[in-house]
Design a binder for this molecule. Structure first.
Ligand code: MN
Ligand code: MN
Length: 467
């Protein structure tokens, strides 16, 4: 190739680079420290409630305090509101008025899991079980024959709350969902993958040891209830007002001989939730515009409900902040920007057929921007305008953030969506972005450390933007 052509290529054609060809040694160290903190967050935050509690704990350590309606607000103030224990909104009040808009990063902290039904406990074949109803889009066959733990709360009639934790501590017993042995699985094996394991077979094995005399019935179930009563002082009726979630009893760990990746339950979307939170807490100076972090619940089932991104809880929070500065909410929102941070599918060479390789997100290529998500001709997407993408390109390049732009899979191969459209529907300029994930929604998902760290840097740039 002549020098002239080389030069022309360099000038005119796009060159995508692996993030490791751009990362400095100093940044590699910072990335390791950041990822260690994230891995701890994952181990503590196995449910949305636990994530919310841990986020608040970390925020309070950095001087954030609960917002009380009517409070006076000054530049530099750090406050948060917890929505019913399951979602958190935080703000670092900026130097400019809220009339100039705010810089938002929104992610979700709920993850796919198995919830207990309201009447969960039963005995069959002298074994005790909990019935479950899966939460979010999960592939049922992945949830059998893995160790599970049970986390959540039982709300008592007298107003008390009992925290349940079975299986998280070293030496704890675990729960499991059984599967058929291959020797007898001939018929099951002929079924399509999505039908081989039915929702009603996702039953958690709880115990096998009976109490009482051999002519008594339901002895194993009673024995399990007795153990639960001893530990938590609950009775069978109390399951009615409980939120108990079976989640993988697996801790986060390094993946790969080079330790370049993280395997864990719940990367979707705690990987962006933690980045959004940590970037806010790490702001060294009062931001120009007010920085807002939203950690939402219920994204995996459509963002509906009082703790989801469609809830008026967010508008109420923003309106309260605006009231303190005598700014109409609509004036603030129309000038605001939101980075809707959620994971995207990482290109997987083993399943290359579902990706369009020129527009896929790759591990180690940084935070993935998505101009639009959706399915079947961009339906259900907040298709960000070109100017918004240009703004983020400029912002990320100026801040040295490694980023890529991608679509989730081939056209018509499937699709997905997240909270972006609910922010955009509020008249907030919004762009989707997030960490590429391998085996998304599986009990054990994989991400690249580099992408986690670049997402954190991206969030920080958004908060610090003077736009
Ligand atoms: Mn998600
Ligand atoms: Mn998801």
């Amino acid at each position: 190739m002549s020098d002239e052509i080389k030069e022309l290529k360099k000038q005119l054609l796009s060159t995508k680079k692996n993030g490791y060809d751009q990362l400095s040694d100093r940044e590699r160290d910072a990335m390791s420290v950041y990822c260690a903190g994230y891995m701890t967050f994952l181990n503590v935050g196995k449910t949305e409630r636990l994530c919310a509690a841990e986020s608040i704990r970390l925020a309070e350590e950095k001087g954030y305090r609960p917002y009380v309606r009517g409070m006076e607000l000054c530049a530099g103030d750090k406050l948060y509101v917890c929505n019913r224990g399951k979602a958190v909104m935080l703000a670092h009040i900026g130097k400019k008025s809220l009339a100039e808009g705010v810089q938002i990063a929104a992610a979700h902290i709920d993850s796919p899991r198995l919830d207990l039904k309201p009447n969960p406990l039963y005995e069959d074949g002298e074994l005790a079980y909990f019935k479950t109803h899966y939460y979010g889009g999960l592939r049922k066959y992945q949830w059998v024959t893995i160790p599970l733990e049970l986390r959540g709360v039982v709300a008592l009639k007298n107003g008390g709350n009992v925290m349940v934790n079975i299986g998280a501590e070293e030496g704890d017993p675990r729960l499991v969902i059984t599967d058929l042995l291959p020797h007898l699985g001939m018929e099951q094996s002929k079924k399509p993958l999505g039908e081989a394991i039915s929702g009603e077979t996702l039953n958690l094995l709880l115990g096998s040891r009976p109490i009482g005399d051999e002519d008594d019935t339901g002895r194993v179930k009673l024995a399990v209830m007795q153990l639960l009563h001893e530990k938590y002082h609950i009775t069978e009726d109390d399951f009615v007002s409980a939120e108990l979630e079976a989640v993988p009893a697996i801790k986060s760990c390094d993946i790969g001989l080079d330790r370049s990746m993280i395997g864990a339950y719940g990367h979707d979307d705690r990987v962006c939730g933690y980045a959004a939170l940590k970037a806010l807490l790490d702001l060294e100076q009062t931001p120009t515009k007010t920085a807002v972090c939203v950690l939402a619940d219920k994204e995996e089932i459509g963002s509906d409900g009082v703790t989801g991104m469609q809830s008026a809880a967010f508008d109420t929070f923003m309106e309260d902040l605006c009231d303190a500065q005598d700014v109409p909410l609509r004036v603030c929102l129309e000038k605001s920007f939101c980075l809707s941070a959620d994971v995207t599918a990482a290109y997987d060479p083993d399943y290359a057929e579902v990706f369009e390789k020129r527009n896929a997100a790759y591990l180690n290529y940084g935070i993935g921007l998505c101009k639009y998500t959706g399915a079947r001709g961009k339906s259900g997407a907040s298709d960000a305008d070109a100017e918004t993408v240009a703004y983020i390109r400029r912002l990320f390049d100026d801040a040295g953030v490694i980023w890529q732009i991608a679509e989730l899979g081939k056209v018509d191969a499937g699709g997905g969506g997240t909270v972006a459209m609910y922010m955009a529907n509020r008249n907030i300029t919004t762009l989707d972005a997030g960490v590429p994930v391998l085996s998304m929604h599986a009990p054990f998902e994989t991400v690249a450390k580099l992408d986690c760290y670049e997402t954190y840097k991206g969030m920080k740039a958004v908060y610090q933007s003077e736009r």
